[in-house]
Ligand binder design. Structure first.
Ligand code: FMN
Length: 357
């Protein structure tokens, strides 16, 4: 798949760990953290959300960037180490939009419309209180945001040593804010019917796709739930899913990473099809990555049987950075201990000890 040899179907899900330097360089601790998953046998690692530009994209203090050439080169020790163990690594590119809660480059946030986000800032990423009300983006700022994804992708491919990128279209961040009716009330070509609300996603995918070699995978992550609205559902149900998955495939996505809290559950009330199964139904033959509660390995195996290309593990991988090795040797998985993410979700020395034995 993607012209790559992948020894298994296990991927590490993207997980923000706010452990970069204040100016967005990956730290030594991150080098050891990522290497642990590769040493443990994961075929593919997807990084935490990385900010692509020094304008409005950064979401958290101590988030890493790919926003200039020096930041990109600083990823080399991470990508080289991962490759040394025979694994692959995709950079997740994330524009936080209205959910930015720590951006030294700007003093206000932007989004599709000037609507206050639901929920409160994430304290484990150092946030406090309500999200500010964003300023509605101009068409120039939308173009600049797309350009940020394009340039960060070129840096990821040429300077940083990544094997692909995942455009973060899920979980309530900028591209999902455009997709979502309640946060996007624009009357221009970027708002209205779902076909227009998905347009920022498809424009970003196609412009990124066109900027790098065809063999360099460019995928997208998509969800209904959001960090600030856990139970959100696409209002048009399966009709929306059909429009969205068809549009992502048509835009040229090389994979679609579908995430739900529990990936096997029906996507909509009163129906029995999961969002992954709907992606399979409407995205043609685009490879799928499934995520959400799949450290239950029977569920994971069932996903593979349904035809997904890979299953991505979040919390399961944190508890078991050596999960593929454990499975191969028939040993039990460790339960996830949420305390490692508190009070701040930065990488703890205790996790690294687990990785290095
Ligand atoms: C600490 C932590 C950080 C996360 N950061 C990101 C992120 O940067 N980008 C993203 O798309 N998802 C992020 N997620 C969501 C995970 O990728 C995944 O969807 C979620 O943990 C559910 O999968 P699981 O049941 O395998 O844990 C994060 C999850 C955790 C636990």
């Amino acid at each position: 798949m993607w012209g790559m040899s992948l020894p298994n179907r296990l991927a590490v899900a993207p997980m923000s760990r706010v452990t970069a330097t204040p100016d967005g360089y990956p730290s030594q601790r991150m080098v050891r953290y990522y290497e642990g998953f590769a040493r443990g046998g994961f075929a593919l690692l997807i990084t935490e959300g990385i900010y692509p530009d020094k304008s409005f994209s950064q979401g958290y203090f101590n988030q890493p960037g790919l926003a200039d050439d020096d930041q990109a080169k600083a990823w080399r020790p991470i990508t080289d180490n991962i490759h040394r163990h025979g694994s692959r690594v995709f950079a997740q590119l994330m524009h936080a939009g209205a959910l930015s809660q720590g951006n030294p480059h700007r003093s206000h946030t932007v989004g599709p419309s000037a609507i206050s986000p639901n929920g409160t800032q994430l304290t484990f990423y150092k946030g406090v209180g309500q999200y500010p009300t964003p300023v509605a983006m101009t068409s120039g700022q939308i173009d600049e945001a797309i350009g940020g994804f394009v340039q960060a992708t070129v840096r990821a491919a040429t300077l940083a040593g990544f094997d692909g990128v995942e455009i973060h279209g899920a979980n309530g961040y900028l591209l999902d804010q455009f997709l979502t009716e309640t946060s996007n009330q624009r009357a221009d070509e970027w708002g209205g019917h779902v076909i227009k609300r998905v347009r920022l996603l498809t424009e970003t995918i196609s412009r990124v796709r066109a900027a790098v070699d065809q063999r360099f995978p460019v995928g997208v992550r998509i969800s209904q739930g959001k960090v600030n609205d856990f139970h959100a559902k696409w209002p048009g149900g399966e009709d929306d899913a059909a429009v969205i998955f068809r549009a992502l495939a048509k835009a040229g996505a090389d994979f679609i990473h579908v995430t739900e809290y529990e990936a096997w559950r029906p996507a909509f009330d009163g129906a029995d099809t999961s969002l992954v199964a709907l992606a399979k139904r409407y995205a043609g033959d685009v490879p799928l990555i499934a995520n959400g509660g799949l450290h239950d390995l029977q569920r994971a195996a069932h996903m593979v049987k349904q035809g997904v290309a890979m299953v991505a593990m979040g919390r399961g991988a944190l508890a078991n950075p050596d999960m593929p090795s454990l499975i191969a040797s028939g040993r039990a998985l460790r339960p996830f201990d949420a305390s490692i993410l508190g009070p701040i979700a930065d990488i703890k020395e205790s996790e690294l000890t687990l990785r290095h034995g």
